[in-house]
Design a protein around this ligand. Sequence first.
Ligand code: GAL
Length: 641
Amino acid sequence: MKPINRELGTCYYPEHWPDDIWKDDAQKMADLGLKWVRIGEFAWSRLEPRETEFCFEWLDRAVDILGKAGLSVVLGTPTAAPPTWVLKKYPDMLAVDSEGRRREFGSRRHYCFSHEGYREQCSIIVRKLAEHYGSNPYIEAWQTDNEYGCHDTTISYSSSALKSFQHWLAKVYGNDVNKLNEDWGNVFWSMEYQSYDEIRLPNLTVTEPNPSHALAFRRFTSSQVSSFNRIQTEIIREYSSAPIIHNFMGRITDFDHFEVGKDLDIASWDSYPLGFLLDRAGATEEEKFQFLRQGDPDFQAFHHDLYRSVGDGRWWVMEQQPGPVNWAPYNPEPLPGMIRLWTWEAFAHGAETVSYFRWRQVPFAQEQMHSGLLQPDSAPAPGYFEAKQIKEELVASPMISSGSSDVAIYFDYDSDAAWQVQPMGKNLNYFQLVMDHYRAIRRLGLNVDFVHKKTKDFSRYKIISVVGAIHISSQLISRISSGKALVIFGPRTGAKVGNMKIPKKLPPNIDLVKSRIVRVETLPPNESLDIDPFGNAIRYIETLKLDSNASPYLKLKTGKVIATREGSGAIYLGAMVDRDGLIGFYQKLFEDIELDFILMPDGVRRRCTENEEFWFNYNDKVIQTKIGNMQPADVIRLRLV
Ligand code: GAL
């Protein structure tokens, strides 16, 4: 990608403030050098207070004021927050959790993706907005809904979901329900169905449901999210040529983001590094303490790289934490300089825009303790000054090119679903496995790209890691391995065929791997097995029967082989491995293929673009590095000649 200008923005809620301060707000945003302002995504009760009573006059004025101040507006569709009248009209539109409890009104995201009436209601408000604002010159982008899946809201066990699931199954398997019985192995425990309307949702079963049933339900749910989103994108495109964005969330894997991404022009995600460190990054207790005010050194970058792939190169940070949040287990203040670091890191990974959530801290309701760029009294908060500094730095040196990568990791939401359906051990999950591999590669100072089922070109990579991909087709494997890349498979890649069945010839179901997995054991977190000569195998360990053309690549100290070099040249790694072990593993691979790397100091990360290197210090202390001392929260930008 050519070097481009990087922009800043903010999230603003005119409906939260008296209209006589809008003009001043807009002017201040422009003075700060912001380009983008996102509005409207929760304002349904003000846009349509009663059914068909549309009140756009206030939004017209807000858009006009913001636009005239020189800002570009992202208009959100308000469908994440249906007001009470929608509920009165459709009392059964509420999502239902796996315990069968209805999710009640009183916050947001309380809808079920499968409710036809709700879908219809959303089409009406989206069409009205698109008609009204489609040609407004200040509306330069759209956002659909808000954070699909946030607050565990993708999977719903409602009666609408049940009905739609039965239809979906009938479409997948055709008239003869026996095909489904066969595919799911329903002879087991007499689970055979005579017709589709006998099939229930896979919750509230006495013990675990059939994994094939549960996985089918997850696939159905995922397709409901993309079809829900598509209703909106198709309507908006009838009236507007402005790009359409969705703001995804950190570590939400309940639906296939690549599928939703296909209908978007730009992917974006909402980055809350301090909240994420404590509630989802998978950091150790020690790291939670070490990076309390800085965030996990890999979690943001992981999502930047993932969403670059979801957006096919075009992506933003739609919401960037500007100070303490209100929703994590603890809500510390960022170390001075971290807002700047997070922003620069996003730009270095290719973000076109970083937008701060939110402009001003709101003095009421659920998020009153969530910081903004301004305090509730409109005085600047610390984040404001960091944004100002970033803007000045951008003005001095605005053009940043994108980076490329020799290393790719395959990411597959369907595999995440399959792990969740059959984890084989407490807290074993796909996301963490992929994240561990990502961490190791970044610790060795290299850029990473995420590739997926629909990636067109695998030929530019030297190494591609395909770990934990439970279902993977032969066609995809041959596309992945058709280039020059050394391909790493496993653990659990190709472990199942069809809809969650063990392959006849035993796993892995990968043509390039002839060694067989004859057994799997999973271990509690405090048990580990020494690898010779570095690190430990942990948690998920396969027993490999080596093919005659395969040789051991990595062994435990006991002599048990945990990785093979196959006759085809591919590597199969049959275990989860701890941090040191994975760093050692990749170091060995990089040396084998003569790929340059640098072992980065703990908490220091680097991202290379075409003509620059960015170094980031996530530590709260001075760190010596090969490019000199780095101050806490330091960003060093080196131009390469
Ligand atoms: C995001 C959400 C915002 C706001 C923010 C608070 O998940 O999109 O609307 O709630 O969190 O951190």
